[in-house]
Design a protein around this ligand. Structure first.
Ligand code: SF4
Length: 269
């Protein structure tokens, strides 16, 4: 790979590298195809439904309407990537090479699980009372000529005073207390990009956990920006060193059991 290609750093790629440099290489450098998982598919579906919901007039943002949006959102996802069907049907061969379908029961089960998550969402927020400033916005900032920070923010709200509230939906459970700072890193990363681009420091960061209806909040300050930037710069340097030396150590952990590349990983193959 050319060393001149700009490094694209997002919270997920940073998390990959921290979990295991070899995993980062498989995903970001080799760009190996990866069979989608059911949790990720359910997450994408619920995210898309919530995005579509906020495009409706505020009075129409009801739970019933959200459930109606499951079908068009599902069709849109499958149209974009037919391989998502592999997440529903474990017997389906990945990658899919021709038009295919899954049993309706599997889709119905996915929809029912998604409806539960959407019901939880309506239990913790009233979308008729929120006017988002942006939805699924791509935010980017060139940290240097060599590195771009980027990410998609689920929803940004702006108060009449101009205060920004950055929201990220999670379809899993909220983390235990000692892991909440780690979970908040993603939103601090977004706060850095927003601050560097616009000069505005977001007032509030929120992780909205739909599985157990919890909201984790954090009020960032300028010190957080400095510390997060320092952390990102350290990771950037480590990735660049790994690229120059082509050294991607494996890091075995219990997360290996969820790693799609375990079957080709030198630690296990
Ligand atoms: S199986 Fe474990 S050690 Fe191997 S690439 Fe995946 S995360 Fe890294």
């Amino acid at each position: 790979m050319s060393e001149n290609v700009q490094l694209q750093l997002s919270p997920s790629r940073i998390s990959d590298f921290q979990q295991c440099p070899q995993l980062y290489k498989y995903r970001a450098i080799d760009k190996l195809p990866e069979r989608p998982g059911l949790d990720a598919l359910r997450g994408s579906l619920v995210h898309l439904v919530l995005e579509k919901l906020f495009h409706l007039n505020s009075n129409d943002r009801t739970f019933d309407k959200a459930c109606e949006l499951l079908t068009p959102a599902w069709e849109e996802l499958i149209e974009e990537d037919i391989n998502l069907l592999c997440a529903l049907d474990h017997d389906m061969v990945f990658p899919i090479t021709k038009r295919t379908d899954v049993e309706q029961d599997l889709v119905t089960k996915l929809f029912n699980e998604s409806k539960d998550l959407l019901a939880n969402y309506f239990g913790i927020e009233d979308p008729t009372k929120i006017e988002p400033d942006s939805l699924e916005e791509l935010i980017e900032f060139d940290l240097s000529e060599k590195t771009k920070l980027k990410g998609f923010v689920d929803r940004i709200d702006k108060s009449p005073q101009g205060w920004l509230r950055v929201n990220d939906y999670k379809t899993g459970k909220s983390p235990k207390e000692n892991f909440s700072a780690k979970a908040m890193f993603q939103l601090k990363f977004y706060a850095v990009v927003i601050y560097k681009k616009s000069g505005v420091l977001p007032k509030l960061l929120r992780l909205i956990y739909l599985k157990d209806s919890q909201i984790l909040t954090y009020e960032p300050n300028e010190q957080d920006i400095i510390q997060t930037l320092a952390k990102v710069s350290n990771i950037e340097e480590s990735i660049n060193n790994a690229k120059v030396t082509n050294t991607w150590p494996t890091k075995v952990s219990k997360l290996c059991d969820y790693c799609y590349f375990k079957k080709i990983c030198p630690e296990f193959s």
